[in-house]
Design a protein around this ligand. Sequence first.
Ligand code: MG
Ligand code: MG
Length: 261
Amino acid sequence: MGFQGIKLKGEEEIKLIKKSSLLVGKTLAEVARYIKPGITTLELDRIAEEYIRDHDAIPGFKGYEGFPGTLCVSVNEQVVHGIPGKRVLKEGDIVSIDCGVIQNGFYGDSAYTFAVGEVSDRKIALMKRTKESLYKGIEMAVAGKRVGDIGYAVQHHVEQSGYSIVRDLVGHGIGKHLHEKPEIPNYGKRGSGMKLIEGMTICIEPMINMGTRVVVMEKDGWTIRTADKKPSAHFEHAVVIRKEKIEILSTFEYIEEVLNN
Ligand code: MG
Ligand code: MG
């Protein structure tokens, strides 16, 4: 079934996207065990790749448009698409980890921002607000609402605190492809944009900056960082559009079990 170029999913397909998305959540939880001062971002990437392959799945980002990693690992002022490498995490960093897998032909995609050791209150507040804004957006992800309702909800929550929203990168549909239509911006006007239809599967992923919303690409051709080098946070869930009901397909449950222990 299709609608304006959007692939609407049936229950079997939704089940498979959920399965892949849960594996992403478990992979991020496995990675979370190792997030400590002294580890390199490449070591985290290896842990994720091994975990995904051990669970009969394939890293979804590796090779995607030539991306070399299993994870996107973005530290402090890096917003998204950081390439895993020699960078060593240090006390006080925040690190955004985005992960995708393919299993049974369907993608899962989710992201979480972690504190490395003791982190400043300002960074904690940024992470907290970003995660909250994701859930504000998700509250609007029901049939009959519009894409602009999601963006508005995220934007309203974030801008109240004086943070800014990255506009150059957006959320997306998900399914047999990592990035499907429609685009899901993290800003917008209430009641505007495409109507949300039952069976749409989308990723909502606010990228929130402490300072300017302007971002630049680093010389590696992938990493997006804030222009003012102030920190940024990123959280992402995959959700399915239902009638009168919110349903999140990915989960932070496994991650937060690790973090709270
Ligand atoms: Mg992602
Ligand atoms: Mg995504």
